[in-house]
Design a protein around this ligand. Sequence first.
Ligand SMILES: [Zn+2]
Length: 150
Amino acid sequence: MYRTWSPHLPPRNYRGALSRALAGDCPKPPSQPRPTPGLASFLLKGAAVAGAGILAYKGLQAILDEDFETTEFPAWFRRELIEDHIARYGSWCPWRGHWVHPEDLTVDHIVALVNGGRTSRANAQVLCGDCNSAKGARNSLFDFLRGRAV
Ligand SMILES: [Zn+2]
Protein backbone atom coordinates (compact mmCIF):
# COMPACT_ATOMS: atom_id res chain seq x y z
CA MET A 1 0.00 0.00 0.00
CA TYR A 2 1.27 3.46 -0.83
CA ARG A 3 1.39 5.67 2.22
CA THR A 4 0.60 9.28 1.56
CA TRP A 5 2.04 10.61 4.81
CA SER A 6 4.55 9.55 7.40
CA PRO A 7 6.34 11.57 10.13
CA HIS A 8 9.62 10.90 8.29
CA LEU A 9 8.48 12.38 5.00
CA PRO A 10 7.73 16.05 4.56
CA PRO A 11 3.97 16.49 4.69
CA ARG A 12 2.13 17.74 1.66
CA ASN A 13 1.09 20.89 3.38
CA TYR A 14 4.55 22.53 3.69
CA ARG A 15 3.17 25.87 4.67
CA GLY A 16 1.06 24.42 7.43
CA ALA A 17 3.98 22.23 8.62
CA LEU A 18 6.37 25.20 8.59
CA SER A 19 4.07 27.41 10.59
CA ARG A 20 3.40 24.58 13.06
CA ALA A 21 7.16 23.91 13.35
CA LEU A 22 7.85 27.60 13.99
CA ALA A 23 5.14 27.55 16.64
CA GLY A 24 6.91 24.59 18.25
CA ASP A 25 4.24 22.11 17.24
CA CYS A 26 6.25 19.49 15.36
CA PRO A 27 5.22 15.90 14.98
CA LYS A 28 7.18 13.90 17.54
CA PRO A 29 9.65 11.37 16.16
CA PRO A 30 8.67 7.79 16.88
CA SER A 31 10.06 6.75 20.27
CA GLN A 32 13.11 4.52 20.04
CA PRO A 33 13.58 1.75 22.56
CA ARG A 34 16.42 2.61 24.97
CA PRO A 35 19.53 0.55 24.29
CA THR A 36 20.00 -2.11 26.99
CA PRO A 37 23.19 -1.50 29.01
CA GLY A 38 25.89 -4.10 28.46
CA LEU A 39 27.50 -6.33 31.06
CA ALA A 40 30.64 -4.17 31.21
CA SER A 41 28.72 -1.04 32.15
CA PHE A 42 26.72 -3.04 34.70
CA LEU A 43 29.96 -4.33 36.29
CA LEU A 44 31.54 -0.86 36.22
CA LYS A 45 28.54 0.63 37.98
CA GLY A 46 28.62 -2.19 40.53
CA ALA A 47 32.31 -1.61 41.19
CA ALA A 48 31.73 2.14 41.55
CA VAL A 49 28.91 1.58 44.05
CA ALA A 50 30.97 -0.97 46.01
CA GLY A 51 34.00 1.36 46.03
CA ALA A 52 31.91 4.28 47.26
CA GLY A 53 30.41 2.05 49.96
CA ILE A 54 33.83 0.88 51.14
CA LEU A 55 35.18 4.46 51.17
CA ALA A 56 32.17 5.65 53.17
CA TYR A 57 32.52 2.73 55.60
CA LYS A 58 36.25 3.28 56.11
CA GLY A 59 35.73 7.03 56.53
CA LEU A 60 33.03 6.55 59.17
CA GLN A 61 35.17 3.90 60.86
CA ALA A 62 38.12 6.29 61.11
CA ILE A 63 35.85 8.98 62.60
CA LEU A 64 33.97 6.76 65.07
CA ASP A 65 36.82 4.45 66.06
CA GLU A 66 38.40 4.60 69.51
CA ASP A 67 42.17 4.45 69.09
CA PHE A 68 44.18 3.42 72.16
CA GLU A 69 47.49 4.63 70.66
CA THR A 70 49.37 1.67 72.15
CA THR A 71 50.61 -1.70 70.92
CA GLU A 72 48.65 -3.71 73.54
CA PHE A 73 44.91 -3.48 74.09
CA PRO A 74 44.22 -2.03 77.59
CA ALA A 75 43.24 -4.67 80.18
CA TRP A 76 39.83 -3.04 80.82
CA PHE A 77 39.06 -3.14 77.10
CA ARG A 78 40.08 -6.79 76.74
CA ARG A 79 37.88 -7.72 79.71
CA GLU A 80 34.95 -5.69 78.34
CA LEU A 81 35.25 -7.17 74.82
CA ILE A 82 35.66 -10.79 76.01
CA GLU A 83 32.76 -10.50 78.49
CA ASP A 84 30.58 -9.05 75.73
CA HIS A 85 31.67 -11.82 73.34
CA ILE A 86 30.85 -14.55 75.91
CA ALA A 87 27.46 -12.95 76.63
CA ARG A 88 26.61 -12.94 72.92
CA TYR A 89 28.16 -16.11 71.54
CA GLY A 90 29.29 -18.10 74.57
CA SER A 91 32.89 -19.26 74.98
CA TRP A 92 33.23 -19.73 71.23
CA CYS A 93 36.32 -19.05 69.14
CA PRO A 94 35.06 -17.89 65.74
CA TRP A 95 38.37 -18.12 63.92
CA ARG A 96 38.59 -21.91 63.67
CA GLY A 97 35.07 -22.35 65.02
CA HIS A 98 35.37 -24.31 68.28
CA TRP A 99 34.41 -24.09 71.93
CA VAL A 100 37.19 -23.04 74.29
CA HIS A 101 37.68 -22.37 77.99
CA PRO A 102 36.61 -18.78 78.70
CA GLU A 103 40.08 -17.99 80.03
CA ASP A 104 41.60 -19.00 76.69
CA LEU A 105 39.86 -16.18 74.85
CA THR A 106 42.17 -13.33 73.82
CA VAL A 107 41.78 -10.05 71.97
CA ASP A 108 43.54 -10.04 68.61
CA HIS A 109 44.48 -7.28 66.16
CA ILE A 110 42.38 -8.02 63.02
CA VAL A 111 45.07 -6.34 60.91
CA ALA A 112 48.36 -7.31 62.56
CA LEU A 113 50.54 -4.55 64.02
CA VAL A 114 53.36 -5.41 61.59
CA ASN A 115 50.90 -4.83 58.71
CA GLY A 116 50.10 -1.36 60.01
CA GLY A 117 47.10 -2.36 62.14
CA ARG A 118 45.94 0.02 64.86
CA THR A 119 45.27 -0.86 68.48
CA SER A 120 41.70 0.34 68.32
CA ARG A 121 38.13 -0.86 68.80
CA ALA A 122 37.59 -1.31 65.05
CA ASN A 123 40.68 -3.51 64.77
CA ALA A 124 39.89 -5.82 67.71
CA GLN A 125 38.38 -9.30 67.59
CA VAL A 126 38.01 -12.10 70.13
CA LEU A 127 39.58 -15.49 69.41
CA CYS A 128 41.41 -18.13 71.41
CA GLY A 129 45.11 -18.00 72.18
CA ASP A 130 45.92 -20.98 69.94
CA CYS A 131 44.19 -19.44 66.93
CA ASN A 132 45.71 -16.06 67.73
CA SER A 133 49.24 -17.45 67.46
CA ALA A 134 48.31 -19.64 64.47
CA LYS A 135 46.93 -16.61 62.66
CA GLY A 136 50.12 -14.66 63.31
CA ALA A 137 50.53 -11.75 60.93
CA ARG A 138 48.61 -13.32 58.06
CA ASN A 139 45.91 -10.98 56.84
CA SER A 140 43.35 -11.40 54.07
CA LEU A 141 41.93 -8.59 51.98
CA PHE A 142 38.75 -8.99 54.03
CA ASP A 143 40.76 -8.35 57.22
CA PHE A 144 41.91 -5.02 55.80
CA LEU A 145 38.32 -4.15 54.90
CA ARG A 146 36.97 -5.16 58.31
CA GLY A 147 39.83 -4.06 60.58
CA ARG A 148 41.72 -0.81 60.63
CA ALA A 149 45.20 -0.22 59.29
CA VAL A 150 45.19 3.56 58.78
ZN1 LIG B 1 40.44 -20.86 68.32
